[in-house]
Design a protein around this ligand. Structure first.
Ligand SMILES: O=C1O[C@H](COP(=O)(O)O)[C@@H](O)[C@H](O)[C@H]1O
Length: 238
């Protein structure tokens, strides 16, 4: 694993650096493989980054967008990660609808939705059950409890290592999430983390010894590149 930590002076510098890094991964991926695959994070932090990506002139037909996790709500619900990314980015650019690979949430059964997304990924990447395809970029956020995607502390989802997708649990509410080995199979995992409220969890995630189940972001140890982009408020004590 090749790990890089960068602390940027403020949120706008954080967005600018994340944009620069994603664009460089995009150029490499399209140059080498003819397409760029990225999994998005939800929450509040990435919204300005998505707006910045939307302002770029890019070969949208070669870009495929997935989500690393989703709340179990319809796609027009205010809590939907898909809705946030569509409003901030995807609805503003000429990306083919077939390149937007949203997590299904209308099955009325989270396990069935997780299986459906897993099958979609296997078809897209042409891989068999048990294989872990490599996304070009897995964009990750981190909650102030140390969760990433919808891998929450002390939940069953943390133990799932034989699938790409599973059901997460946020205070009793189901979510659909990438498993940690699928995130770890990405060519580049890029965490974008902002705010002083993330400092205590970050200290534990970066500590040489701590409990992975209490701080699930510790499970993210990709074979490829691991980037931690932090604003100064988050990264001050590292
Ligand atoms: O619930 C979620 O939270 C995390 C972190 O979000 P933030 O608002 O603190 O940036 C996010 O990475 C995840 O995708 C989302 O579903």
């Amino acid at each position: 694993m090749n790990k890089t930590v960068e602390v940027l002076p403020d949120q706008s510098a954080l967005v600018a650096r994340a944009l620069e890094l994603i664009l460089s991964k995009l150029e490499t991926a399209i140059g080498q493989r003819g397409r760029f695959t990225i999994a998005l994070s939800g929450g509040s932090t990435p919204k300005p980054l998505y707006e910045a990506i939307a302002a770029e002139k890019l070969p949208w037909d070669k870009i495929h967008v997935f989500w690393g996790d989703e709340r179990y709500v319809p796609p027009d619900h205010p809590d939907s990660n898909e809705l946030m990314a569509r409003r901030a980015w995807l609805d503003r650019v000429d990306i083919p609808a077939a390149n937007i690979h949203a997590i299904p949430t209308l099955e009325g059964d989270p396990a069935a939705s997780a299986t459906k997304y897993e099958q979609h990924l296997q078809e897209f990447f042409n891989c068999s059950p048990g294989e872990f395809p490599a996304l070009d970029v897995a964009l990750q956020g981190m909650g102030d409890d140390g969760h990433t995607a919808s891998l929450f502390p002390h939940t069953e989802a943390l133990k799932v290592s034989d699938r790409l997708i599973t059901v997460g649990n946020k205070d009793g509410n189901p979510r659909i999430t990438f498993t940690y080995p699928f995130i770890n199979s990405a060519r580049s995992v890029i965490f974008v983390v902002a705010g002083a409220n993330k400092r205590p969890a970050l200290a534990q995630v970066f500590a040489p010894v701590a409990d992975d189940s209490t701080y699930p972001s510790r499970l993210i140890q990709p074979q490829g590149e691991l980037w931690w982009l932090l604003d100064e408020e988050a990264g001050l004590e590292l």
